[in-house]
Design a protein around this ligand. Structure first.
Ligand code: ATP
Length: 242
């Protein structure tokens, strides 16, 4: 447990009186793919934004590579190697794909990712480099958003609902590229509503329900039934943690 790259300790976050994330704890190790799953409103986006520094924690700690980063601002976290692809992508729509990528690369950590290597990972972007990001298809925009995050050379990549609003073919293509990143040893925390897809790529599963975590564990130790129960809050399983 002590070699976690990302450790979340009794983290809380919310909006005024609403506690969207209630004392949540989990670890993500180097090279792991952690799927964060749960129904709408479970608190997944709030948790991801809190890890990235886009939303304040109201209690608890975020420890990254042994350092407490809970109070650090988002750009400092990017500098340490935490990058997020937010829900809805948030590209600079009027700027070319290439400029979207280069802007992210300006603050980059040292590492394997640069314009050339991200285009190898996302070859569908090669013919679109000079196109305004806002004119791309949903799948191409999602690829651009992930490529942009990679340009910062993250040690952990947070992906929030990357399939949302995409056609099944576009989702397949984005996931194909993700498989390449996973094979290269990229550490991923992935929010995914599509349970089948999430379970295909994840090593570890964290189930959120009403701001808490009724179930978490190694993918291979959890049955789909257990996960479905936790997803819908049908029962508290004996495997429940935290
Ligand atoms: P979804 O899959 O719909 O994105 P989620 O699991 O990511 O859901 P959150 O978006 O984190 O969940 O929302 C958790 C709770 O916080 C919900 O009750 C939601 O209504 C509330 N919430 C989210 N954003 C805000 C906000 N900006 N202001 C007030 N409440 C919010």
């Amino acid at each position: 447990m002590s070699d976690a790259l990302l450790r979340i300790e009794a983290l809380q976050a919310g909006y005024g009186l609403l506690k969207a994330v209630r004392s949540v704890s989990f670890d993500c190790n180097q090279g792991q793919v952690l799927a964060l799953i749960g129904a709408n409103g479970a608190g997944k986006t709030t948790l991801m934004r809190t890890i990235a520094g886009a939303h304040p924690a109201s209690a608890g700690r975020i420890v990254f590579d042994g350092h407490d980063i809970t109070a650090l601002r988002a750009p400092r976290r990017v500098g340490l190697g935490i990058a997020m692809v937010p829900e809805g992508r948030r590209l600079f729509g009027g700027m070319s794909v290439e400029d979207n990528l280069r802007v992210a690369g300006m603050r980059a950590r040292k590492g394997p990712w640069n314009l050339e290597s991200v285009l190898e990972a996302f070859p569908q972007l090669k013919p679109k480099l000079k196109a305004a990001a806002g004119t791309l298809s949903g799948g191409q925009q999602q690829a651009t958003a992930i490529a942009r995050a990679l340009m910062t050379n993250p040690r952990v990549l947070l992906l929030d609902e990357i399939s949302l609003g995409l056609s099944p073919i576009a989702v397949d293509q984005v996931y194909e590229s993700l498989q390449g990143l996973i094979r290269a040893g990229t550490t991923l925390v992935l929010v995914e509503q599509d349970l089948t897809r999430a379970l295909k790529v994840a090593d570890r599963v964290v189930c959120m329900l009403e701001g808490g975590i009724p179930l978490q564990g190694a993918r291979d130790d959890l049955s789909r039934e257990h996960i479905m129960d936790a997803y819908f809050g049908l029962s508290r399983s004996p495997q429940a943690a935290h």
